[in-house]
Design a binder for this molecule. Sequence first.
Ligand code: ATP
Length: 372
Amino acid sequence: MDNTLEPWEIPGAQPLIEVRGVTKRFDDVPAVDDVSLDIYPGEFFALLGPSGCGKTTLMRMLAGFEQPSVGHIFIDGQDMASVPPNQRAVNMMFQSYALFPHLSVWDNIAFGLKRERMPKDRIAARVEEMLKLTRLEKFARRKPHQISGGQRQRVALARALAKAPKLLLLDEPLGALDKKLRQDTQFELVDIQESTGTTFVIVTHDQEEAMTVATRVAVMDEGKLMQVDTPAQIYEQPNSVYVADFIGDVNLIEGRVSAVSPVTELSWGEGRAPVAGQAGGVLSLGASATFAIRPEKIAISRHAPDTRNRVQGTVLDIGYLGNLSTYHVEVGKGCVITCEVGNRSRLNRRDFTWEDKVWLSWSDDAGLVLPS
Ligand code: ATP
């Protein structure tokens, strides 16, 4: 077997989770709408989407807290229709962590193992192992209110992993942490996931978080799966305007397809040269479409560059973000394109200022033409 392939690329590989045509309705309104999805052992899988798109409902069905209205869920090849939550090899870590305030960190982690009547010496060994994994050895005797938010998050993770579930479901696991701690904890979470080999499914509305931790991301909207792909593919090859716009910053220009070969071109208004990009779907001549290009793929210059994709405009606004500068350039009435330039050296003089006439340019493969 070619071990450079990821599990989802291997024909016939057995998924840990198979979601087959699942719809969940509440009062006749679908919260999850005809979703089919495979998640493979050892994946760190992210369900991403705006509030109300159905990601928590999908996760609650994996845990067994909700039943599909239509369709089936298989875990390890077994239909979960009649399997209650406590008999699934699944654990769920809630956003609130739900730690027991009167129990020490040690006893919180041991709780589920004691309830399973595991022998005392094995409980002790397992709790020590979990404390080490989550770097909490020093805090074992403290109560939850005597540790920081990030440490509480690690206790919840240790407790959820103690019973060695095959699948751990994490509902907005870092939602209670501030930005810096959140970023550090994302890397810890990935390390812990890799060292245990447990399959993680995370629900988040934070696209940066999904992109940082996940092997694959499912982008949802109104109960439907819009795209399931690796973070890089989702960013570089979004399959729709919705996904392009939801992940990262993007410039969107609407127009009509004016050529499909050898490159796809979009005409966008009187007197302007068409823009060229890669086709991001099935496009026919004359169809309405949207050109999508990330700000960092656009170059800015004072003189006209020798390239097909170029447009002249006026600098409207400049944003200085420390590591990069963002230019908003008006290229026509009401049409503003954003480009981003990295700040490589400290104290470098800005090359452009407000009201400057500039050229924006990009290569033929920098942008995508997506069906509207
Ligand atoms: P959030 O990020 O805000 O948690 P979400 O993507 O997780 O959102 P869900 O909680 O899955 O969204 O909800 C999807 C839709 O289903 C929403 O419109 C919600 O109001 C509805 N819904 C969820 N649970 C129930 C319920 N028990 N009864 C009725 N409607 C529900």
